[in-house]
Design a binder for this molecule. Structure first.
Ligand code: ACO
Length: 311
């Protein structure tokens, strides 16, 4: 008996912006970006809104889960680039999907940890018995809040959306085995955006916090689940920087063959990064039923955490 991811979906804009394209926009190079981040290209939403991307990802997740839209009782959408000041982007997506009013809908704002926060909220609602089927979405149009003249941030981010339909199933072997989520508001200045302004980041500070926080949260979540790092079949980390991912894997003593990486193709898509990575891992046959999966992320807030799933 447990919380089971029934279906995953993604939307990735078709427009690709490569490091070579960025060389023409700011004083940077493919070599610098590749060495410091592992990113080669990212997707840019020119015509799509964050609602368009979230809706498309959700539609695919619902199709892949094989559920009726009317069954969805909870929509939790994670984003740091919402469509409007208010209402929640989740409400706009709820309208577009044609969900009934019984599908309660709200956003979570936890930056790159947003999908983990959303999954944890959904898991708690499902386990409490208040809801049976939830739709969780991570969707970002970061290209709209990045300063395209600031080489220290514009090379890092990309656009996209990922979604998961999550059900509480009496007969399921799948479950969320543990979750450890944190916030340290005293460090919010390391990564933020003023109203209608650009994203600002102290890169080095966030880097250190990310490695320490993701590694520690992962160990704590594994301990809570009664597992050790060697029991993990697949790590799906937030895709911010290949160096961060490698450093976290090294601290955990988990070989990179067990770590899913697609940051080279999409850059940092913040709340969308983990569901997009889960989707691709599944498509590539790297994520299979019964596997023990570790998810971990760090983002603005600062927020961070880790979750252990039996997929
Ligand atoms: N191209 C060329 N040079 C650059 C670029 C660029 N795009 N950006 C910065 N530089 C220069 C700097 O000006 C600096 O030059 P200087 O030595 O002459 O002053 C030099 O490169 C080194 O800069 P650092 O910032 O120290 O480089 P670092 O190795 O720390 O890498 C990076 C920067 C990639 C941003 C890294 O710190 C990082 O990944 N940080 C974490 C970001 C992250 O994970 N964010 C996740 C959360 S995001 C969210 O929640 C939305």
């Amino acid at each position: 008996m447990g919380t089971r991811i029934e279906g995953l979906g993604v939307y990735l804009p078709s427009e690709v912006l490569t490091n070579f394209d960025l060389e023409k926009m700011v004083d940077t190079s493919d070599e610098w970006i590749t060495q410091r981040t592992g990113i080669k290209e990212r997707r840019i939403a020119r015509s799509e809104s964050v609602v368009d991307m979230a809706t498309a990802a959700a539609e695919e997740a619902i199709r892949n889960a094989g559920v009726n839209k009317e069954e969805i009782e909870l929509v939790v959408l994670a984003t740091l680039s919402p469509e409007l000041g208010f209402p929640a982007t989740a409400c706009l997506v709820q309208e577009r999907l044609g969900l009934p009013p019984s599908a309660m809908a709200f956003d979570v704002s936890a930056a790159c940890s947003g999908f983990l926060y959303a999954l944890d909220v959904a898991d708690a609602y499902l386990k409490s018995g208040k809801k049976k089927l939830a739709l969780i979405i991570g969707a970002e149009k970061l290209s709209s809040i990045v300063d395209w003249s600031d080489r220290s941030t514009c090379v890092l981010f990309g656009d996209g959306a990922g979604a998961a339909v999550v059900r509480f199933d009496e007969n399921s072997e799948s479950d969320v085995l543990a979750s450890k989520l944190y916030a340290k508001g005293s460090e919010w200045r390391a990564l933020y955006r003023e109203n209608c302004g650009y994203l600002k980041m102290e890169g080095r500070k966030v880097f250190k916090e990310a490695v320490n926080g993701m590694a520690q949260a992962s160990l704590e979540a594994l301990r809570e689940a009664g597992l050790r790092p060697e029991d993990v079949d697949l790590v799906v980390p937030h895709q911010a920087n290949l160096r961060i991912i490698k450093a976290v894997a090294e601290r955990l003593g988990i070989p990179m063959e067990k770590v899913f990486v697609n940051v080279d193709r999409y850059g940092n898509t913040s709340a969308a990064s983990i569901p997009i990575a889960l989707y691709e891992a599944l498509k590539e046959g790297k994520l299979r039923r019964g596997m023990t999966v570790l998810l971990t992320a760090m983002g603005g807030g600062l927020t961070w955490g880790a979750m252990v799933l039996r997929y």
